[in-house]
Write a protein that binds this ligand. Structure first.
Ligand SMILES: Cc1ncc(COP(=O)(O)O)c(C=O)c1O
Length: 485
């Protein structure tokens, strides 16, 4: 009988694609932050700060953002329909939340929110989402094109699974990028083909750069299958202009690329002179219908709703032949369906209260309150970063992050090297240990070689921002004094 003392699975024997995959927003710095948090709990006063401020991840409610009342009212009623008929419910919930919950339950076969749904999601909810997209874009959307998912992440994985056959298949991704893309490409064994956003022009997406990288990849035998565009950008916060989006659509059409449009920050725009246009709308305005293969990702995690933990989202899939769509459907079926609460929330996010509904005014007050506060926080943090020695920071036109560039003294770079760390990782670790502020080193997102950045969310509650800024300032001054050349 074979007997062995070594475990059946070792680090050496696991799938190398898993080992290759990295996910910095929950990486080493965060593990260290969790350790410090534990120490603070067990031994208050053991560090020069009394709490850890997680500015590493776009998780608004973990930092105190309150859920939108209307969405939660409807969700609660759908999840416990027994209270819909009770008299007290009318005193506790708004009348439009009650009527919306009835409408939604009527869309769900047997009103069974605990049952599996169709693998693309409840048909009636997809119809509601399609109506929301139609109202947003002014062009029709179809329920059959919508795949409801547990957030945007599984939708991205599904598309990578579909597109990547081997390491010869490449996906063009912005650098810096949100590491879901590099991680998913690594897990599926493909090749990330980088195109660099231009920091000097506010993280502009230049078509000549994308074209150059496409040609370079093709010359190495890579079959480039898709172009990822994140708009508004993460970690870079830029909002694409309509003209730029038109160029991108034309480029994908001409080069035969699937356009993977990550539009999860579509509600997060903080500047007057920019607005969100979906790539679907732009392609329709250009006269393209099914000729362009386009996937748009949306999520309940971002926007003003910030319902990350509820895991809801969808992808709208356009311009694929019926046999390919069948395969996408098959992959979706392997997961049976996405969670029903997430499906309901997604339908609400795409169909919020309208003028005349009882909740409308309080809903708008909550929505505007959150978005205006995010804009003020973005501005305050941007100004703070720009006031630091050797730091420059582009505007967060949208999304939830700032991505300041650090020009670090050579001595700091050498000190980082001596402990085998990237200079921005070294800076982020020192920042955490001195202030309890958790940021992600730019190396986790990719950056022009030799440049260093950190990504900081704009999500801490507004009353905490002044203290964060003064801690940041004091830390930076001490750091620069220690390492100044
Ligand atoms: C650009 C972008 N896409 C997708 C996601 C994934 O979000 P979720 O899976 O929560 O919908 C995130 C999360 O931060 C993101 O920033």
């Amino acid at each position: 009988m074979a007997s062995t003392t070594s475990p059946p699975v070792t680090y050496e024997s696991i799938n190398p694609k898993v080992k290759k995959c990295e996910y910095a927003v929950r990486g080493e710095i965060v593990t260290q932050a969790q350790r410090l948090q534990q120490e603070l709990q067990e031994n208050p006063g053991s560090h020069p700060f009394d709490e850890i401020l997680y500015c590493n991840i776009g998780n608004p409610q973990s930092l105190g953002q309150q859920p939108v009342t209307f969405f939660r009212e409807v969700l609660s009623l759908c999840n416990h329909p027994a209270i819909l008929d009770r008299d007290e419910t009318h005193g506790l919930f708004s009348s439009d939340a009650i009527s919306r919950a009835w409408e939604i339950l009527d869309l769900i076969p047997g009103r069974a929110t605990g049952a599996y749904s169709h693998s693309q999601g409840v048909k009636g909810l997809r119809e509601a989402i399609a109506a929301g997209i139609t109202a947003r874009d002014g062009f029709p959307a179809k329920a059959d094109d919508i795949f409801l998912t547990d957030g945007a992440s599984p939708a991205v994985h599904m598309m990578m699974q579909l597109l990547i056959r081997s390491e010869k298949d490449g996906i063009l991704c912005p650098i810096p990028q949100y590491p879901l893309y590099s991680a998913s490409i690594a897990l599926h064994g493909g090749s990330l083909v980088p195109y660099y956003l231009d920091e000097a022009t506010g993280w502009g997406l230049e078509i000549f750069e994308v074209k150059r990288q496409l040609e370079d990849a093709r010359s190495k035998g890579i079959i480039v299958r898709a172009l990822v565009v994140i708009n508004p950008g993460n970690p870079t916060g830029q909002v694409l202009s309509e003209a730029n989006q038109r160029e991108i659509v034309e480029f994908c059409k001409k080069e035969g690329l699937v356009l993977l449009a990550d539009e999860v920050y579509q509600e997060n725009i903080y500047v007057e002179n920019k607005q969100f246009n979906s790539f679907k709308k732009i392609s329709r305005m250009m006269g393209y219908d099914e000729e362009l293969s386009l996937v748009s990702f949306q999520s309940v995690s971002k926007g003003y709703y910030g319902e990350c933990g509820k895991r809801g989202g969808y992808m709208e899939v356009i311009g694929f032949t019926p046999d390919v769509r069948e395969q996408i459907y098959k992959v979706a079926s392997v997961n049976l369906c996405s969670n029903i609460s997430g499906q309901i929330l997604t339908s609400l996010v795409m169909n919020p209260p309208k003028v005349g509904d009882e909740s409308y005014e309080s809903f708008i007050a909550e929505k505007e309150g959150i978005l205006q506060s995010l804009a003020r926080r973005a501005q305050a943090l941007e100004d703070a970063f720009n006031s630091l020695e050797g730091v420059t920071c582009n505007k967060a036109e949208g999304a939830m992050y700032l991505f300041p560039r650090l020009r670090l003294p050579q001595k700091a770079i050498d000190a980082a090297k001596s402990v085998n760390t990237a200079p921005d990782g070294f800076y982020a670790r020192r920042l955490l240990e001195a202030t309890g502020i958790v940021v992600v080193p730019g190396s986790g997102f990719g950056q022009v070689p030799g440049t260093w950045h950190i990504r900081c969310t704009i999500l801490p509650q507004e009353d905490k921002i002044p203290a964060i800024i003064s801690r940041l300032r004091a830390f930076h001054e001490t750091f620069m004094n220690e390492f100044r050349d």
